[in-house]
Design a protein around this ligand. Structure first.
Ligand code: UDP
Ligand code: MG
Length: 311
C-alpha cells in the first residue's frame, strides 16, 4: 500500500507567503512516491491567511486547514497539525519557505529507510542576523549544560518523524508550556540528521521578536532542567562564605584600626545580596507559573473551523 506523508505548516499572518509556498511544495510533493496531505494550521491570523488557505483547499483536496479561534502560538499550531495528521511520516515546516521543500525527497528516503526522527540541522541562516544567530547558539550551549536531554545545536522547527514517534508526541507530550523540538530530541528511537541551508523569508516578516525569544528560552530551559531551582543553594553557600570572610575582616580591622568598617561596603553588599535574592525568587516564580499553567489544564489550542477535514 502506498504510504502518506503529512506536512504540517503553521501560519500566522502569512498571506503573502502562502501562494508561493504551496506552488513550490505541492509540485515537489506530487513528484514523490508517497501520497501526501498538506495540513495548514491557521494560528488566528488577522490578515487574509484564512481566505488564501480556503482557496487553496478548494483547489486541492489534499490541502487541509485547521483554523484556531485565536492566536495560540507556533508550538500550539505544530501539535494541532500532529493531532490531525494521518500519514506514515510527518514533517513540520514553516510557511515562509525558510525551510526549503526541496529536502522533502531526502526526508522521505530516510523515512523509508526506517528512521523515526529526522532532525533538519541548519548550516546557514542568512536572514537571522548576527544577534539572533549568536543568541541561538548561546541558548543551545546553555541548555545542553543544564539539561540531561541532548539538544541538536542549530536544530529548527523543521523536522520529520515517523507515525510511531508522532503517536508518542501526540499522546504523551501535552505540556502547556511547550517545546516540540525538545521533545523530539527526548523520545529516543532511530535518529538521523540532514543538513540544510535556511533560505531567506519569501515574504512578510518574522513573528518572533527578541522579547518573545527571551521569554521562550527561559521557559524552555526551566522545562528541561531543574538546576535553576537549585540556584538558591549555591547562592546561599556563596553568600555564607562571603559573610564569614567579611565578619573576620571587620573584626580584624576593628582590632587594628579601631574604627568600624564603612558605609560603601554595606551598600554594595546589600545591593549584591538583594540582586541574588530577587533573581532566585524570580526563578522560583517562573517555575510556579509553569506549574500553574499545567494545573489549570486549559486547552493548548481551540479549533474554530476546518477545511477538507473529516472530524
Ligand atoms: N507562527 C505561528 N504562530 C505564531 C508565530 C509564528 O504559527 O504565533 C508561524 C509562522 O507563520 C511561521 C513559523 O511559525 O510559519 C515561524 O515563524 P517566523 O518565520 O516568524 O519565525 P522565524 O523564522 O523568524 O524565527
Ligand atoms: Mg521564518
Amino acid at each position: 500500500m502506498e504510504k502518506t506523508l503529512s506536512v504540517v505548516v503553521s501560519c500566522y499572518n502569512e498571506e503573502l507567503a502562502l501562494d508561493q509556498f504551496y506552488k513550490e511544495t505541492a509540485s515537489i510533493l506530487k513528484s514523490l512516491d508517497w501520497d501526501y496531505e498538506l495540513i495548514f494550521v491557521n494560528d488566528g491570523s488577522q490578515d487574509n491567511t484564512m481566505e488564501v488557505l480556503t482557496q487553496l483547499s478548494e483547489g486541492d483536496e489534499k490541502v487541509k486547514v485547521i483554523s484556531f479561534s485565536r492566536n495560540f502560538g507556533h508550538e500550539a499550531a505544530m501539535i494541532a497539525g500532529l493531532d490531525y495528521s494521518k500519514g506514515d511520516g510527518i514533517v513540520c515546516m514553516d510557511a515562509d519557505l525558510q525551510h526549503p521543500p526541496e529536502y522533502l525527497p531526502e526526508i522521505v528516503k530516510k523515512l523509508t529507510e526506517g528512521y523515526d526522527v529526522i532532525n533538519m540541522v541548519r548550516t546557514k541562516n542568512e536572514s537571522a542576523g548576527w544577534f539572533k544567530n549568536l543568541a541561538s547558539s548561546a541558548f543551545y550551549h546553555l541548555i545542553n549544560v543544564l539539561s540531561d536531554v541532548k539538544f541538536e545545536p542549530n536544530a529548527s522547527d523543521f523536522f520529520a518523524i515517523s507515525k510511531k514517534a508522532g503517536k508518542v508526541l501526540k499522546d504523551n507530550y501535552r505540556e502547556k508550556v511547550r517545546f516540540l523540538r525538545g521533545y523530539v530530541q527526548n523520545i529516543g528511537f532511530r535518529k538521523t540528521t540532514i543538513e540544510y541551508e535556511a533560505r531567506v523569508r519569501v515574504a512578510g516578516e518574522s513573528k518572533y521578536s527578541i522579547k518573545k525569544l527571551i521569554a521562550f528560552s527561559l521557559n524552555t530551559i526551566m522545562c528541561f532542567s531543574n538546576l535553576p531551582l537549585k540556584l538558591g543553594i549555591y547562592a546561599g553557600c556563596g553568600a555564607g562564605v562571603l559573610g564569614l570572610v567579611m565578619m573576620i575582616y571587620t573584626i580584624w580591622s576593628w582590632a587594628r584600626v579601631g574604627t568600624p568598617n564603612g558605609y560603601a561596603t554595606t551598600i554594595v553588599l546589600i545591593c549584591f545580596m538583594f540582586a541574588v535574592l530577587f533573581l532566585i525568587v524570580g526563578v522560583i516564580g517562573n517555575y510556579i507559573a509553569i506549574l500553574f499553567a499545567e494545573l489549570k489544564d486549559r486547552p493548548i489550542y481551540i479549533v474554530g473551523e476546518t477545511k477538507n477535514v473529516e472530524e
